[in-house]
Design a protein around this ligand. Structure first.
Ligand code: NAP
Ligand code: ZN
Length: 361
C-alpha cells in the first residue's frame, strides 16, 4: 500500500456553519478582503461572512469584480485592492471562479509575479477562508487556481501547497436558488474529478476511497439532478460530494478530459463542468480497452457500466454542442502537449477520437 496524501484544509460542514464558527476567523488577523462575484449578495453567503467578521470586530472590504473564468487582469486588480486595504487575510465567497481568483489574489498580494503562469509560487501567501456557493469544483480544498491564459488561448492552472485554503465552510443553504443548469454542470464537474482522480498515476487507496465516497454522494442525488428538485439535504450531499472529489484531485490532479474541456470553454464558452461531462463517457470507455482493471474499478465505484454511465450523463446534458473537424484537430493537438498524471496514455489521434465521438459533426 504505497501512497502519499496531503490535506491541510480544515473542513467545517453544516447549516449556518459560517456564523456558528465565527471565532475561527479571528486567527487570521484584523482586516479581510472578501473576494466574490455578484450572486453572493443574493444567496446569503456574503451576509454570513460579513456577520462573522462583524461579530469578531474585524474590518473588511469587498472585491466583487471576479468574472466567470477569471482573468489575470481581474486577479491583479484584486491583489491591488488587498494591498491598498492592508488585508491580513482573504475570504473567498462563491463558485470556482471567485475561489480560484482568491488564491491568485492571496499570492499576488504578497509576491510580485511578472508572468503569473511561470512564477515560482513561494510560501508567502495571505491565509484564506473559502465559502463555496456551488457544488462542483472543490476549489475550497485544492491548491489550484485556474485562470484564463490569453497568450496560450486556454485555461491554465497555477498551483502550490501555499494555495490551499486554511478553512473551507460547507453550507448548502447558499445553493437554494442556484439555477438548474449550474447545479447540473457543477455536479458533473465533481463527478468528473472523482473519476479522473481514479485514473491518475498518483491515485492511492485513500484518494480512491474518497472518490468512491464522492460518487456515492453525488450519484445518490441523480434523480434530483434529473428532475431539478432539491431539498436542503440534497444540496448538502452535493456540496459534500464535491468537496470529497476536490480532496481527490488535490492529490491526483485531473486528466486530459479537463485539458480538452478547457478548449470548449475558452473558444465557445461551454461551462466548465458541462465541457467535462460531454467528453468523460467517451474517454472512460476508451480507458476500458487500455487498462481494464483500473477502469472496471471506476465503473464499480460508479455502480454502473459504460453504457449506463453514458446514458445517464446524456440525460443531464441534453442537446449536445458540435464543432467542425478543424477545431477538434487543433484542440487534440493542444491537449496532447499538456502533461497530466493520467495512468492511461492517449495519443493525439485518440484524443481527437474522443472529441469526434463526443462533440463532432
Ligand atoms: P462559477 O463560474 O464560479 O459560477 C457560475 C455561475 O453561477 C456564475 O454566474 C455565478 O455568479 C453563479 N453562482 C455561483 N453561486 C451561486 C449561487 N449560490 N446562487 C446563484 N448563482 C450562483 O462556476 P463554477 O463551476 O463553480 O466554477 C468554475 C471555475 O472553477 C472555472 O474557472 C474552472 O476552471 C474552475 N475550477 C477550479 C478547480 C480547482 O481545483 N481550483 C477545479 C475545477 C474547476 P457570480 O460569480 O457572479 O456570483
Ligand atoms: Zn473541474
Amino acid at each position: 500500500m504505497d501512497f502519499s496524501f496531503y490535506m491541510p484544509t480544515r473542513i467545517v460542514c453544516g447549516r449556518d456553519c459560517v456564523v456558528k464558527n465565527a471565532p475561527l476567523f479571528r486567527a487570521f488577523g484584523k482586516r479581510a478582503l472578501i473576494v466574490t462575484g455578484k450572486s453572493s449578495a443574493k444567496n446569503g453567503s456574503l451576509a454570513d461572512a460579513e456577520a462573522a467578521l462583524a461579530a469578531n470586530g474585524q474590518a473588511y472590504t469587498v472585491f466583487s469584480d471576479v468574472p466567470n473564468n477569471p482573468t489575470v487582469e481581474s486577479v491583479r486588480a484584486g491583489a491591488a485592492a488587498a494591498r491598498s486595504f492592508g488585508a491580513d487575510f482573504i475570504i473567498a465567497v462563491g463558485g470556482g471562479s471567485p475561489m480560484d481568483a482568491a488564491k491568485a489574489i492571496a499570492m499576488l498580494a504578497r509576491q510580485d509575479a511578472e508572468d503569473i503562469f511561470s512564477h515560482p509560487i513561494g510560501k508567502d501567501v495571505l491565509p484564506m477562508v473559502h465559502i463555496p456557493t456551488t457544488a462542483g469544483t472543490g476549489s475550497e480544498v485544492t491548491p489550484y487556481a485556474i485562470l484564463t491564459n490569453d497568450e496560450r488561448e486556454t485555461k491554465q492552472s497555477i498551483s502550490a501547497p501555499s494555495l490551499f485554503p486554511q478553512i473551507a465552510f460547507l453550507d448548502g443553504k447558499y445553493m437554494q436558488d442556484l439555477p438548474q443548469d449550474t447545479t447540473v454542470n457543477t455536479a458533473i464537474d465533481a463527478i468528473s474529478h472523482a473519476v479522473e482522480g481514479m485514473l491518475s498515476t498518483a491515485a492511492g487507496e485513500l484518494s480512491d476511497a474518497l472518490a468512491r465516497e464522492a460518487l456515492r454522494s453525488l450519484f445518490g442525488e441523480y434523480e434530483n439532478l434529473r428532475q431539478g428538485r432539491y431539498t436542503p439535504e440534497s444540496r448538502q450531499n452535493l456540496l459534500y460530494g464535491a468537496a470529497a472529489a476536490g480532496m481527490v484531485i488535490a492529490n491526483t490532479g485531473t486528466s486530459p478530459v479537463h485539458t480538452l474541456g478547457y478548449s470548449l470553454t475558452y473558444y465557445h464558452g461551454v461551462p466548465h463542468g458541462r465541457a467535462n461531462g460531454l467528453l468523460l463517457p467517451a474517454f472512460l470507455a476508451r480507458c476500458l480497452q487500455k487498462d481494464r482493471v483500473r477502469t472496471e474499478r471506476i465503473y464499480a465505484a460508479l455502480g454502473m457500466g459504460a453504457e449506463e454511465f453514458s446514458r445517464k450523463l446524456a440525460v443531464l446534458l441534453g442537446e449536445r454542442e458540435s464543432y467542425p473537424d478543424s477545431e477538434l484537430r487543433a484542440w487534440a493537438n493542444k491537449a496532447a502537449q499538456s502533461r497530466k498524471k493520467c495512468a492511461v496514455a492517449f495519443s493525439e489521434e485518440e484524443l481527437y477520437g474522443v472529441l469526434k465521438e463526443s462533440v463532432g459533426r
